[in-house]
Design a protein around this ligand. Sequence first.
Ligand code: TRP
Ligand code: SF4
Length: 400
Amino acid sequence: MYVDRVLSGMRPTGSLHLGHYHGVLKNWVRLQHEFECLFFVADWHALTTHYDSPGDIEDSVWQMVIDWLAAGVDPTKSTLFIQSKVIEHAELHLLLSMMTPLGWLERVPTYKDQQEKLTEKDLSTYGFLGYPLLQSADILIYRANQVPVGEDQVPHIEFAREIARRFNHLYGKEPGYEEKAEAAVKHLGGKKAKLYRDLRTRYQQSGDEAALDSARALLGETQNLSLGDRERLYGYLEGGGKMILTEPQALLTEASKMPGLDGQKMSKSYGNAIALREEPDMVVKKIRTMPTDPARVRRTDPGSPDRCPVWQFHQVYSSPDVRDWVHQGCISAGIGCIECKQPVIDGVLKELAPIQARAQALTEDLDTVKNIIADGCDKARDLARETMRDVREAMGLNFG
Ligand code: TRP
Ligand code: SF4
């Protein structure tokens, strides 16, 4: 149970750009080799803000999945699925909504921020307020403990932790809990039982996190435990009842060095993006016309790379040698901006070529893409159902 399980989602925005690639997808590709990974399309989340234009969702979903796969997300390593095809997310969302204080939702910083930003939309809806709760359900239903996200999403992960804690507190206490937990400790057998007790005491008396980790590891490697006893013993470590839902953690990805063409954050809506499937001619054109140090008006004016977005692209695409050449050439007016941009153009084209080839092949074979997703949805549903059984039982709903 304490094996790392990674989960992350993206709202369907259609085809992706280099900002997504360097900021998110490369990280997913790396994680899938190290952990059990689940990645999904958060199409219901798209509806919280785009409830008036649902017609765009379907195409956006497939285009985005094509780009995930083209960028190297590997369906034999990661489970890829669509939120709305695992309706158990909705059931958990509903059940959690019963015990979620309104104030908690209203205080999530993105709530007011987004409402103020997207003034052209009426976001005073029930669904929009519940955005972080739906996200919590997405995470908790897989008992994912690591959630790779950007800085802006940290409050949502924190919110999910609080929801998990509240749930466990409210519903994790079964009658006769202490006795059952003590019986489960005995079940571990002499040596392990003593070690478990020692570690538990160390954690509870002095907050020794290392002891908590060791105790969890001990349970992780103990084979002959029933599922119920296992959960009880995990919960007992921290003093509470059964740990039904796992508290997730944000796995902060290092901020992407990849800015947009104008040096701001890359975003389709700012018009400063290079799409993963951008035509090579357009790539060349966009980089050739991207702004440089505004102080460098004439070819003979020396420039400062620090004021130039092209320099930031060199951080991503160029070797130290090329970067030295740029720096020297820029401050001494030894090179022109067009010359300076050429290695960036070459770097972007080289990076995009294999991605575009894969995307092209997948576009011509949408059935394969749909099968990959159908398999992923089946796997995700199995995991979600397991959690829902425990959740229903804890909430007194496993009758009938
Ligand atoms: N809110 C996330 C975003 O805008 C998308 C998302 C939905 C998500 N559910 C999630 C991310 C669960 C991580 C885990 O980027
Ligand atoms: Fe920017 Fe390069 Fe021109 Fe300097 S030489 S201003 S780094 S594009």
